[in-house]
Design a protein around this ligand. Structure first.
Ligand SMILES: NC(=O)c1ccc[n+]([C@@H]2O[C@H](COP(=O)([O-])OP(=O)(O)OC[C@H]3O[C@@H](n4cnc5c(N)ncnc54)[C@H](OP(=O)(O)O)[C@@H]3O)[C@@H](O)[C@H]2O)c1
Length: 248
């Protein structure tokens, strides 16, 4: 029998979070704890014995995260992994077009929420003697594309935060990695990038399988790394950025 594994998926109502919920809950050796800010029905998954769900948790609100920590403590008695699927991308805008309020939301959803989850869950992970902490960033953290600066800067901070977790907690048995994603094949991305090379975008299921493998085969030597995942795309390598995001 395979070893029992436990997972916490934050941002479970994201496209990627829903794919994790579906994939992980299929395996009866896994226990899966889902949480989201909104409320979602997860299409019947919530009836499964190996799944628990805590909706209406805003991960920038301390009392909500405390509620979440207590619920995880009750449902998952042993070691667990955290897959943090939160984020917020406001669309392609220059710095002056992106209001300060929007930039704040971008930082809150991508960075502050991740920091807060780490702040409250790492002590519990240490008590349980380990686990893997996963965050998601994006290629633009390296390319620094124009018209998405707030998101880029926030995801650079995500990578820095995850490296910090790796350095502070490696001796406690905790691994931490960032997965830097190319565009995910989702309805939302198809709407904002209608001219994108969507046949070569990442399928959420393949991202989930990749992350599951990293978690199941932890390697201390790569803890703290940013792992880029993408497919070859002719237009990505041969067309200008502006042509690719043009909506005409
Ligand atoms: N989509 C892409 O092409 C792409 C590319 C690169 C990186 N990524 C990253 O990959 C991850 C998944 O992407 P996705 O497209 O599946 O995400 P998504 O559908 O845009 O969903 C993001 C989720 O974040 C949650 N969220 C935001 N702020 C929150 C808060 N304060 N507390 C609790 N939840 C909060 C939202 O929750 P509610 O819906 O419950 O309000 C939302 O479901 C994200 O980190 C994203 O930045 C995505």
């Amino acid at each position: 029998m395979a070893e029992e594994q436990s997972f916490v998926v934050t941002g479970a109502n994201s496209f990627l979070g829903r794919a994790f919920a579906k994939m992980l809950s299929k395996n009866e050796d896994y226990k899966v704890f889902l949480t989201s800010r909104s409320k979602f029905n997860f299409n019947g998954l919530l009836k499964k014995k190996n799944v628990s769900y805590l909706p209406e948790i805003d991960l920038t609100v301390e009392s909500d995260i405390e509620k979440l920590t207590a619920a995880i403590n009750d449902f998952l008695p042993g070691k667990f992994h955290v897959i943090n699927c939160l984020g917020y991308f406001p669309g392609y805008e220059t710095i002056e077009e992106t209001s300060i309020a929007t930039a704040k939301n971008v930082f809150d959803s991508n960075v502050l929420a991740l920091y807060s989850v780490a702040n409250k869950l790492l002590p519990l992970m240490c008590k349980r003697k380990g686990g893997h902490f996963i965050g998601f960033s994006t290629h633009t953290s390296y390319q620094h594309y124009p018209r998405m600066v707030a998101f880029t800067a926030a995801k650079a901070a995500v990578e820095s935060l995850i490296k910090g977790i790796a350095n502070e907690y490696l001796d406690k048995g905790i691994n931490a990695n960032t997965i830097a994603l190319a565009t995910l094949l989702t309805e939302a991305e198809l709407k904002i990038k209608p001219k994108g090379d969507s046949k070569n975008w990442l399928n959420t299921d393949e991202v989930c399988e990749f992350v599951e493998n990293i978690i199941l085969q932890p390697n201390k030597l790569i803890s703290g790394n940013v792992i880029h995942i993408y497919k070859y795309s002719d237009s990505f390598f041969h067309q200008s950025y502006y042509d690719r995001i043009e909506n005409k």
